[in-house]
Design a protein around this ligand. Structure first.
Ligand code: FAD
Ligand code: A2P
Length: 283
């Protein structure tokens, strides 16, 4: 007999029945906040398991139970920094997506499954020491950099950090824009970031202050000219992290390799690292 039924049995006949506890999911964490940015994008925060240690930039498997009671899990970059007491995620809503067609409806108080085994290559340890660090992302690919931009270690290791984020529409940049604005006012990292972080958001379809693909703005030299910083990248001092669609990652890799940067990994640090923001062609 459960605690709830014991209490019900003991209660007087007209008392309000005690609420029936929802069944606990395995590796359950509780949703504390949900923000919808567009009809295709939302972010949410969940409680952090006490035992979970991760390096800023890593991803974990999260999900919900499917209709047959089996865990339906997907890879998600942790968007919050490693020092944060909660965990934040930034998510796409795929209309027919097995997970996100349901995950987009979560509310504070709901539970999600979170497997506490963080992994990934977008970590500071996978790069050799350098002076300038580039974060190159499209769409939800900004998530690992949302973590790294808020980590003091990023600014301890680099003199300058440049966040290039490109989306089709202005509204899709809003999560990153607000994050950078709040970061500059933050007690812990604000001062370090204020002097070192350069934010370069662009759109490709909506008209906006700055336009163009990351690849075009790098190859043409526009980003270096706009930010008044030396270009192109130099393998002696520049380090880069790349996170977008497969096509984006391949195109950026070709540019970085052309400038003499080599791909690194946890086991073999080098000048740049890459991770897919998702598997598939995009929607
Ligand atoms: P799925 O069946 O997984 O995907 C259906 C289709 O939707 C895919 O084939 C693809 O065409 C498209 N799609 C999936 N994810 C995206 C996306 N993020 N952006 C654009 N198109 C997409 N997703 C996030 O939203 N945030 C993250 O932080 C994140 N981190 C990831 C990290 C890694 C290492 C990998 C491999 C994937 C990551 N993803 C992330 C993608 C995520 O795992 C799921 O694919 C996504 O949540 C959709 O799940 P689904 O079951 O609804 O649809
Ligand atoms: P574009 O509008 O010119 O296609 P998507 O929504 O298709 O995932 O794309 C997200 C952003 O990434 C868009 O701004 C898109 O630009 C850009 N993009 C898509 N593919 C590439 C690529 N191969 N190289 C550079 N940017 C890309």
């Amino acid at each position: 007999m459960t605690e709830a039924t014991v209490m019900n049995d003991a209660a007087p006949p007209n008392a309000t029945p005690a609420p029936v506890a929802k069944p606990h999911l395995p590796d359950a964490q509780t949703v504390t906040e949900v923000t919808h940015w567009t009809d295709r994008l939302f972010s949410f925060r969940v409680t952090r398991p006490k035992s979970l240690r991760f390096r800023s930039g890593e991803f974990v498997m999260i999900g919900l139970m499917d209709d047959r009671g089996k865990p339906l899990l997907r890879a998600y970059s942790i968007a919050s920094p490693s020092w944060d007491e909660a965990l934040e995620f930034y998510s796409i809503k795929v209309p027919d997506g097995p997970l996100t067609s349901r995950l987009q409806h979560i509310r504070p108080g709901d539970e999600i499954i979170l497997r506490p085994k963080p992994v990934g290559t977008l970590v500071l340890d996978a790069l050799t020491p350098g002076r300038r660090l580039w974060f190159l992302a499209t769409g939800t690919g900004i998530a690992p950099f949302a973590s790294l931009m808020r980590d003091p270690e990023t600014y301890e290791k680099y003199d300058q950090v440049i966040m290039m984020h490109t989306c089709r529409e202005v509204a899709e940049l809003e999560y990153g824009r607000q994050l950078v604005e709040e970061l500059r006012a933050d007690e812990l990292v604000g001062e370090m970031a204020a002097g070192k972080l350069l934010y370069y958001p662009t759109t490709t379809r909506d008209p906006s202050a700055r336009m163009g693909r990351v690849t075009d703005n790098l190859s043409s030299g526009k980003v270096f000219a706009d930010l008044r910083i030396p270009g192109p990248m130099d393998p002696a001092t520049d380090r880069a992290m790349v996170c977008g669609s497969l096509a984006f990652n391949l195109d950026v890799k070709a540019i970085l390799e052309g400038w003499g940067l080599r791909e690194g990994a946890n086991s073999d640090p080098a000048e740049y690292v890459v991770e897919k923001a998702f598997v598939g062609d995009g929607i």
